[in-house]
Design a protein around this ligand. Structure first.
Ligand code: OGA
Ligand code: NI
Length: 334
């Protein structure tokens, strides 16, 4: 099936200085109108190497309750591993179209593969972005069919990043558990334990002649438990707070952590999934590498029973993660 990639549309649009109508957002979404300019949101920055664990718990739990997003520095992932990940992903997206289409999504491949959101949003609009999805952990969940073969170092770079990311992920789950009075292992266990799936996504946002009118990824909360994101140097992530959209100030080599829907549910609403979206840039290509830490499809997620009592009745239904995803993607009530 022939699909129009945003990358191809972008190179055509460049010559005519305009964009197809389906990318032009309604006025209540256009970034030029809806962004609070002149303020850059400084989301909490947390030093993960701090030996004072109590302090870390307090900072992480505080940020997750109030913001649903924070950045971590001194996270233990070498800069080299991050720059490698960025380099090989960029190389893949710069390959000729035919080479990328080899690993294109098909109706059978599910979420994995190279793609463009085919499903238009409710108002028929599209995001200015192409993507690639593939699982990177655990080994039993990996399907190398959807990993680029080119550049040849793609696999090694992603495996090394996944390996390092596991320590960060385990730490975050531990501090989030303790932060709501649970034992260290409970939040991860409730997200699937060692079967927790690490889903890599690469977002590729080509330059856009009208960044004032288009969006990359439309406003959403992530379906994951947690999302750990690395961006390239081009700003574009925005967070919704107090009725406005704000640009998030990115700190080089930090990891951006999003609280996703599943942690909000597990914590019975104590932690908040962050509402976010992305803008695009007139001259530069923006890219980002979120890894979604997700429960396995059959794993049931609901508020952790220790967090439910008379004063805090259960706010969410318990359901299998795959059913949650189905409802969310089809815009059905949960
Ligand atoms: C996403 C997302 C943010 C970014 O892909 O879910 O929110 O910075 N991406 O690209
Ligand atoms: Ni997201």
């Amino acid at each position: 099936m022939e699909v129009d990639r945003v990358q191809a549309i972008a190179s055509l649009s460049k010559q005519i200085d305009t964009i197809p109508l389906e990318f032009i957002r309604s006025e209540n979404e256009q970034p030029a109108i809806t962004t609070l300019h002149g303020v850059v949101l400084e989301v909490p920055v947390i030093d993960l190497s701090d030996s004072d664990e109590e302090k870390l718990v307090e900072l992480i739990a505080g940020a997750s309750k109030k913001w649903g997003i924070f950045q971590v520095v001194n996270h233990g992932i070498p800069d080299e591993a991050i720059s490698k990940l960025i380099e090989v992903g960029k190389e893949f997206f710069e390959l000729p179209k035919e080479e990328k289409e080899i690993i294109a999504k098909t109706p059978e491949s599910g979420i994995e593969g190279y793609g463009t959101s085919l499903q238009k949003e409710i108002d028929g609009k599209k995001g200015w972005v192409d993507h690639l999805f593939h699982r990177i952990w655990p080994p039993s969940a990996i399907n190398y069919k959807y990993w680029p073969k080119n550049p040849p170092s793609y696999r090694k770079a992603n495996e090394e990043y996944a390996e390092k990311l596991r320590d960060v992920s385990d730490k975050l789950f531990k501090y989030l558990s303790i932060g709501v009075g649970l034992e260290g292992h409970e939040m991860k266990a409730a997200s699937g334990g060692d079967d927790l799936i690490y889903m890599m996504k690469i977002n590729y946002y080509p330059p856009c002649p009208r960044p004032d009118l288009a969006l990359g990824v439309v406003a959403h909360t992530d379906m994951s438990s947690l999302t750990i994101l690395v961006p390239n140097e081009v700003q574009g992530l925005q967070v919704f707070r107090d009725g406005y959209w704000y640009d998030v100030k990115y700190i080089p080599n930090a990891l951006i952590i999003h609280i996703g829907d599943q942690i909000e549910i597990l914590s019975n609403g104590k932690y908040k999934a962050v509402l976010h979206r992305t803008t695009v840039n007139k001259e530069k290509t923006r890219m980002s590498w979120p890894v979604f830490l997700e429960p396995p499809p059959e794993h049931e997620v609901g508020p952790i029973s220790k967090l439910v009592n008379e004063e805090n009745p259960s706010k969410y239904k318990s359901k299998k993660f795959k059913d949650y995803v189905y409802c969310k993607l089809n815009k059905l009530p949960q």
